[in-house]
Design a protein around this ligand. Structure first.
Ligand code: TYC
Length: 108
């Protein structure tokens, strides 16, 4: 059998061309959800959306009203660590102001 047939060249190196696959994966994304309650002031919720989700006043007001009417709404979609940080920031800020606002995350 020749070197050409078994893909082994005279120097002992394999002549087979292998494709090296990049080992990178797209991160799983998570929705950050805001939940309605009867006590948290609307202005406070708008402030949260502006402060932690970089929304303008109009978009923040729209999302707040959506949550107020429908019970739940998406504030944004982020990689796990960023979503977790946002949830913690919102929950801590609400706690500091003694509002029962609740925020959570779920896989997109
Ligand atoms: N329902 C609240 C009120 O009437 C407003 C509100 C909106 C609270 C969104 C929480 O995630 C929320 N004051």
């Amino acid at each position: 059998m020749s070197d050409q047939d078994n893909d082994i060249s005279p120097d002992g190196e394999s002549g087979v061309i292998t494709k090296t696959k990049p080992k990178t994966k797209k991160p799983s994304m998570y929705k950050v959800l805001l939940l309605n309650d009867d006590y948290t002031p609307m202005e406070f919720v708008v402030h949260i959306l502006e402060r932690f989700f970089s929304m303008g006043n109009d978009q923040a007001t729209q999302i707040m009203l959506h949550v107020h009417r429908r019970g739940v709404g998406v504030c944004g979609v982020f990689p796990y660590d960023i979503a977790e940080t946002k949830v913690n920031q919102v929950m801590e800020f609400a706690r500091q102001h003694q509002h029962p606002l609740h925020c959570t995350m779920e896989k997109d």
